[in-house]
Design a protein around this ligand. Structure first.
Ligand code: G3I
Length: 318
């Protein structure tokens, strides 16, 4: 039957995947599925600061360009990920004085966003990523400790200047349900927009785990953000489980995938769903959560799982 992207496009949504440059360059099955099933892609690592500007003013776009070129060849939208984050940012940035850090942000954003500003495939950016702690306080990252919260507005303004047409997003995890962290995000987005800061979009990473339950107020939460006038999107969906897999865990996982896609379909301002990879062969989960895995929609042999069918049938329904 038709691939995911056909059904998503018929609903006016995207269905995407985060792509890694290694398998994209050397695994045919990876390339074929990435090209066939998805109409949107995000670079899993290749657009992060440590990849694009490892040394001051020395930019390297080899990985980023590989992802963008692939997307152009396959008629896919690219979501840029990510400009300002406290991880995968080189040490030389972290130690800068406030004024030098402001200049580094400006140069980094104008160069990276500017590179793709005229490329119609690159439509959106995560401008800031994971700025909150779980309790809703600002994360005390080196950005915040050096600059206070001003870096957030500055980053959005720099991105807007570099590409006036790109959709500019703030992105975080554990903000899928209504809780202290998502409410802090809500208040920040509202306040920034009241001040004229160009925040166009909110990304909900959605790194879920079957053993922690589903955020049943996801749709309601997406809708409250949509009511602020922003686009919303699911940016990094995966649903991990304690290994080994079994059919019951697979069925629960499939339900989670179905619920996320349904929530996005139900909210007009939800642009689409990006899965954080697609095959269990290449996933950040086992490296980070000992004993957990199998979070994606294809297994490690590129066979479709029940979670694939859930995404497919939900996109195709109605
Ligand atoms: O590229 C180096 C390689 O040269 C080296 O030999 C190898 C040895 O460890 O590491 C390689 O870098 C790894 C990189 O992924 C590329 O594979 C890093 O160690 C590893 O930490 C890094 O992990 C990434 C992680 O972000 C870093 O925090 C994951 O792939 C990526 O999936 C993950 O993605 C994040 C999103 O950007 C933001 N939201 C959360 C999400 C999951 O953590």
């Amino acid at each position: 039957s038709a691939p995911l992207r056909t059904h998503a496009a018929a609903k006016g949504k995207f269905i995407g995947a985060a792509l890694a440059t290694g398998p994209l360059s050397n695994e045919t099955a990876y390339r074929n599925i990435a090209a066939t099933e998805f109409n949107q892609v995000t670079a899993e690592n290749a657009m992060k600061w440590d990849s694009t500007e490892p040394n001051p003013g020395q930019f390297n776009f080899s990985g980023a360009d590989a992802i963008v070129d692939f997307a152009v060849q396959n008629d896919q939208q690219v979501h840029g990920h990510t400009l300002i984050w406290h991880q995968q940012t080189p040490g030389w940035v972290q130690g800068l004085s406030a004024s030098a850090m402001r200049e580094a942000i400006e140069r980094h954003i104008s160069t990276v966003v500017g590179r793709y500003a005229d490329n119609p495939a690159v439509v959106s950016w995560d401008v800031v990523n994971e700025v909150f702690e779980e309790n809703g306080n600002f994360r005390t990252s080196f950005w915040y400790n050096t600059l206070g919260q001003s870096y957030i507005a500055d980053a959005f303004r720099a991105a807007r200047a570099a590409d006036p047409d790109a959709r500019l997003c703030i992105n975080d995890y554990n903000v899928e349900g209504i809780n202290a962290k998502s409410t802090a995000m809500y208040n920040l987005v509202r306040s920034l927009r009241q001040q004229g800061v160009p925040v166009d979009c909110v990304g909900f990473q959605s790194h879920l785990a079957i053993q922690y339950g589903f955020p049943n107020d996801l749709q309601q939460n997406l809708q409250r953000f949509a009511d602020l006038g922003v686009q919303v999107r699911i940016t990094e969906l995966d649903v991990r489980m304690q290994m080994p897999r079994d059919s019951s865990k697979d069925a629960t996982q499939a339900t989670y995938y179905r619920n996320v896609v349904n929530a996005c379909l139900a909210v007009e301002a939800c642009a689409g769903v990006t899965i954080w990879g697609f095959t269990d062969k290449h996933s950040w989960v086992p490296d980070t959560f000992g004993g957990e895995g199998a979070a994606l929609i294809y297994d490690e042999n590129y066979q479709k799982k029940s979670s694939y069918d859930a995404v497919h049938d939900t996109l195709a329904s109605g």
